[in-house]
Design a protein around this ligand. Structure first.
Ligand SMILES: Cc1cc2nc3c(=O)[nH]c(=O)nc-3n(C[C@H](O)[C@H](O)[C@H](O)COP(=O)(O)OP(=O)(O)OC[C@H]3O[C@@H](n4cnc5c(N)ncnc54)[C@H](O)[C@@H]3O)c2cc1C
Length: 388
């Protein structure tokens, strides 16, 4: 049994901890925050994500908190009409042998925390900010901000898009800004005006912006994400509160339903949309990365967290099969690189297509219409067909 250290206790970090424990190792998770918490926002999980959660023993807890939308409706921002639809009912379930669900991020983290806490081999340490690491004599020393040094056999960096572990490993440039700002809000179901679709994931496409909304917490709350073309300033802070004035301006002439949605929240939080160009490998020696630390993506394929869950399952398999930790890490990275790069690149392309205007928008709508309904399954198969 080796002892692994995981830097970061978000979705990727807790999933990695469970995976390493199931592979027979001891794990210590170091989280910089005082608690294991997630912001109030939603997350979509396709059948591939559900399969990963099952492998990590987190599905039984989470399934009580999910909402199953009937379809993803892709709608015209101006007229409100449906451009296309991905049906998520029986046909989808049969095709992908699994369900599509939306959840509250806090519920996903709680499910992972519950399953991690069942593992005696996992210890959790909060208020522990990792500043760097040293590889020495076939082991890794992890350095914390308060001066503490912790020794382990290997290190997994799960510390998100601005990962300290990645910075030391790869020394690459800051994340790539997309030119979009993302606004998120969560409201009680009762606050949502009558006439707003509460059964489906709605994706509204507009010139220079798009909106996604769906119910979470088993349908008792309502999650809204808006993305608009807007520069992210050097002095802007990720996750800061906002009145979303730019969103309302972009959607000023949009259909009544989406404007009603956008007028519902009393407060929003805003983030600069960012990702990184995929790298050919993200680990070295006894150190690897997982989740956003390895392959941060724009959220337009709704797959960042799900990729982290898949990563964990693949890592688990390689750690179980290969005693040499460095070799297990390299096999895991090799297996995950092509798929995660495809997701990151596809999400980036969607960021240009979703906010298109003029001819490009018209072409996009024709394509969506032609591949609507069950025809959309083939288009999504590469994403949702993933199996452990
Ligand atoms: C608007 C939006 C919508 C999204 N929708 C979806 C969706 O529908 N489906 C989906 O699958 N994904 C979605 N995502 C992506 C998803 O949120 C991320 O990919 C996922 O949260 C990444 O998890 P992570 O654990 O890798 O990173 P993070 O969530 O960033 O977690 C990193 C953790 O590490 C800790 N940490 C950071 N630095 C240190 C340090 N130095 N020392 C110790 N701890 C540290 C942090 O406090 C945090 O707890 C969306 C993202 C956005 C922005």
């Amino acid at each position: 049994m080796a002892s692994l250290i995981v830097a970061g206790g978000g979705i990727a970090g807790l999933a990695a901890a469970k995976a390493a424990a199931l592979a027979g190792h001891e794990v210590m998770v170091l989280e910089q925050a005082r608690n294991f918490t997630e912001l109030g926002a939603g997350i979509q999980i396709g059948p591939n994500g559900r399969r990963a959660l099952e492998e990590l023993d987190a599905w039984d807890w989470l399934r009580l908190h999910v909402f199953h939308p009937q379809a993803i409706r892709i709608r015209h921002g101006g007229s409100g009409r449906d451009i296309g639809r991905v049906p998520l009912g029986e046909g989808f379930r049969r095709r992908f042998r699994g369900t599509y669900q939306v959840v509250h991020r806090a519920d996903l983290l709680a499910a992972l925390l519950a399953t991690v806490e069942e593992e005696p081999a996992v210890s959790l340490k909060t208020s522990a900010r990792v500043t760097g690491f040293r590889e020495q004599d076939g082991r890794v020393t992890v350095l914390l901000e308060d001066g503490t040094e912790l020794r382990g056999d290997a290190l997994i960096g799960a510390d998100g898009i601005r990962s300290r572990v990645r910075a030391q490993l790869l020394g690459d440039r800051p994340p790539r800004l997309s030119g979009h700002v993302l606004y998120r809000a969560l409201v009680e179901r009762e606050e949502v005006p009558a006439g707003v679709d509460m059964e489906n994931v709605n994706l509204w496409l507009n010139a220079r912006g798009h909106v996604v909304h769906y119910p979470v917490k088993g349908g008792t709350m309502f999650n809204i994400v808006a993305s608009v073309n807007e520069p992210w300033g050097d002095n802007d802070t990720w996750g800061e509160p906002s009145d979303a004035a730019v969103v309302k301006q972009v959607f000023a002439n949009a259909a009544d339903e989406v404007r009603a949605v956008l007028n519902t929240p009393r407060s929003w939080m805003r983030w600069g949309g960012a990702d990184r160009e995929p790298v050919s490998t993200w680990g070295r020696g006894l150190v690897t990365l997982i989740g956003d630390a390895a392959h941060p993506t724009l959220p337009y394929l709704a797959s960042g967290a799900v990729m982290a869950l898949e990563d964990a399952v693949v890592l688990m398999r390689h750690l179980a099969q290969e005693k040499d930790l460095a070799r297990a890490f390299r096999s895991y990275e090799r297996e995950r690189q092509p798929r995660t790069a495809r997701i990151v690149n596809s999400s980036y392309k969607l960021s240009r297509i979703y906010h298109a205007t003029g001819l490009m928008a018209a072409g996009r709508d024709v394509f969506i219409r032609l591949t609507s309904g069950p025809a959309s399954f083939d288009r999504m198969a590469w994403l949702y067909d993933w199996r452990p």
